[in-house]
Design a protein around this ligand. Sequence first.
Ligand code: SAM
Length: 479
Amino acid sequence: MYNPKSMKAEEFIDHGEVLRTLEYAEKNKNNRELIDKILDKARPIRDGKQVHCNGLSHKEASVLLASEDKTVLDKIYKLAEEIKEAFYGDRIVIFAPLYLSNYCVNGCVYCPYHAKNTHIPRKKLTQEEVKAEVIALQDMGHKRLAIESGEDPVNNPIEYILECIKTIYSIKHKNGAIRRVNVNIAATTVENYRKLKEAGIGTYILFQETYHKESYEKLHPTGPKHNYAYHTEAMDRAMEGGIDDVGLGVLFGLERYKYEFAALLMHAEHLEAVHGVGPHTISVPRVKKADDIDPNSFDNGIDDETFAKIVALTRISVPYTGIIISTRESEKVREKLLKLGVSQISGASRTSVGGYTEKERPKDTEQFDVSDQRTLDEVVRWLMAQGKIPSFCTACYREGRTGDRFMSLCKTGQIQNCCHPNALITLKEFLEDYAAEETKKIGEKLIEKEIMNVPNEKVREILKNNLNEIQNGKRDFRF
Ligand code: SAM
């Protein structure tokens, strides 16, 4: 029985409800009156300085996803752009993944780290190696990481993950610092989530892979990840353990995308209904080629057009949630998606254990092929050429603006007086410490222009002062 407030996976992601939603969407995909009503509901409402968005329910969003009308698609794209602009402006936050260990006891059939893969070298970073990787990442200019690890209670117990987090935060190399560590590790206990919270993590990220229980069990035939309910209920345990910001995701290609999209929104609705705050981020990875993995062996791959539509619909359905696109996607695809509501991207990623300290991109322990292989400097320059403001900001979580406090910042339109100057401050740090000459020139001009877009005069003055101080060698200012 469908119940968004239930704590049972099979009730808040009720299979029957997903099927009913898909049926309703199919029946109404040409119902222009209903479609116009749904598009109207998604539109941002402006009240003085404040902007508000209603978002869409899984049922409403599924109708738009089912529509094959080009004019409807154009309206969805336009709305996504408008909503992104209203809440996130032109800022794009940058991060990098850091692979700690590829030891894994699970049998995920799409992942080369699956336990039966005997020819992939298994590697786990020592603390010395973590330090070297972090220094390499700091030397590129990264400030925000997502740590990744396989699931292996013997080789990668929670104590190991906690030790790595401590090491990462402790390293201050030249002007570098990692100021936010997000964590993407397997579902765990409330107690372990509490420990992660105490270690000062940012977002806890866990991809659902697929919401379709029967497929889930087939795709995860062995290991602790086989347990659908334990995996699906992980975010509730994370929140019970005190983690405010959680990141959802579906691995597109495994199941039918319409099923996944409806269920993903049902998961977001469940978090909102139970915890009063929706997901902080949603990731939209697609299955990629990897060591012994052929993406074509999965039947549900989606083309770039459908993928873009999913991203745009996610933006208008959950307007206050960040959308993350990784380097699994090519420059061309990322360029298109930047306009449709993406708010965070990874840059210069290496998906192998110990990859950042290698001169050449190592292939042997890579989790998947990286499509976008540009350097961080190139990514920053490219973002600016797209009219975006690259941001290395980590201020919200360090100021305690997590969970519903972050959402209220978003909802009251204060972002322009807060996130915007923080983006400029952190971009300035990047330009001073890590950028190539040409990037620096373009960036300085951009900052000069963007200072004027800070609405509050007092904030603008403090920002100018901070930028001067950065020029003089000081670091780490924030609003
Ligand atoms: N091991 C952790 C878990 O089980 O949740 C998470 C870390 S894993 C390194 C991060 C994510 O990579 C997985 O959740 C999965 O969605 C994704 N992934 C695995 N194999 C992939 C592939 N071949 N192509 C693209 N993404 C993949």
